[in-house]
Design a protein around this ligand. Structure first.
Ligand code: FE
Ligand code: FE
Ligand code: ZN
Length: 277
């Protein structure tokens, strides 16, 4: 089986996110660890987090996939941006420890004019300074579309960061279907081949979560424009093959499609119809 859900807003609190997702038919969800544009890192109320923790157990939810804010760029060419980003990363990782055992996904970043190698070293250095033996959160690097100077557009670029990490058991990967398609991986005609390639370069045991999105653009476009499931260039059949693939079971699948609540409710119901029992 898989766990399916979408991105929900934290604005009404932590328990409210679980309740909202349940009303949409999901059993996992994603949320920003702070305002996606940055914002302050104020801690949630402990009572609220404990209430969500109880809710997740009682309703047999899967692991949640928290998302770091977009303003975080651990490999910026500007030192002050890197410093700010490291603070955000450290604070949000600490915040997530209030709800033990979840996943924390982040975009590796954009290297601007520094080049990939320097960026990979900077990202790995932050992870090596912040990850701790005692933490229960697994940090995920997201596969990227390769828009501008984005790092993580190939499995090799992701692995080039991962293999520098000292605490190997604290890191993994989140595969975004729109991003890998836009990056040039043909999940429509050769999903098996793409997963084999992932396994060869990174290892499928490292794949901890999937962002399930259609794409507005053709393969290799490097655009990163998400589309509703079945309304883009990847298409419903190919995305259902992802959801039902034997090698991808028991993971959280997160919809990041341009939908309102009703749209998410319908997408979740459509995917549930096709799940392996
Ligand atoms: Fe993302
Ligand atoms: Fe994503
Ligand atoms: Zn995206």
């Amino acid at each position: 089986m898989i766990f399916i859900g979408n991105h929900v807003s934290v604005s009404k609190g932590w328990l409210a996110m679980g309740q909202e997702e349940q009303s949409l038919g999901g059993n996992t969800f994603a949320f920003f660890t702070r305002n996606p544009r940055g914002g302050n890192g104020k801690m949630p109320e402990e009572k609220d987090v404990l209430a969500l923790q109880r809710f997740l157990v009682e309703n047999q939810f899967g692991t949640l996939v928290a998302h770091a804010p977009y303003t975080m760029n651990l490999c910026s060419a500007k030192e002050e941006v890197r410093d700010f980003s490291e603070t955000v990363f450290r604070e949000d990782l600490a915040k997530l420890e209030m709800l033990p055992g979840q996943l924390f996904n982040f975009h590796p970043g954009s290297h601007l004019k520094q080049g990939y190698e320097k960026a990979a070293d900077q990202i790995a250095a932050v992870l090596n300074r912040t990850l701790s033996d005692g933490q229960t959160t697994t940090v995920l690097l997201e596969t990227m579309a390769g828009k501008g100077t984005e790092v993580g557009k190939t499995f090799e670029e992701i692995q080039g960061i991962l293999n520098q990490i000292e605490k190997q058991d604290k890191v993994g990967v989140c595969l975004d279907t729109c991003h890998v398609w836009d990056a040039g991986y043909d999940i429509v005609n050769d999903l098996d081949g793409v997963l084999q390639e992932f396994d060869r370069v990174i290892g499928l045991d490292r794949l901890k979560a999937v962002h399930l999105n259609d794409s507005k653009n053709p393969i290799g476009s490097h655009k990163d424009r998400h589309e509703k499931i079945g309304f883009g260039m990847i298409g419903k059949d190919a995305l259902l093959r992802v959801v039902t693939h034997p090698l991808l079971q028991n993971r959280p699948f997160i919809l990041e499609t341009p939908n309102d609540e009703d749209g998410y409710r319908q997408e979740i119901a459509m995917i549930r119809e096709h799940l392996i029992p």
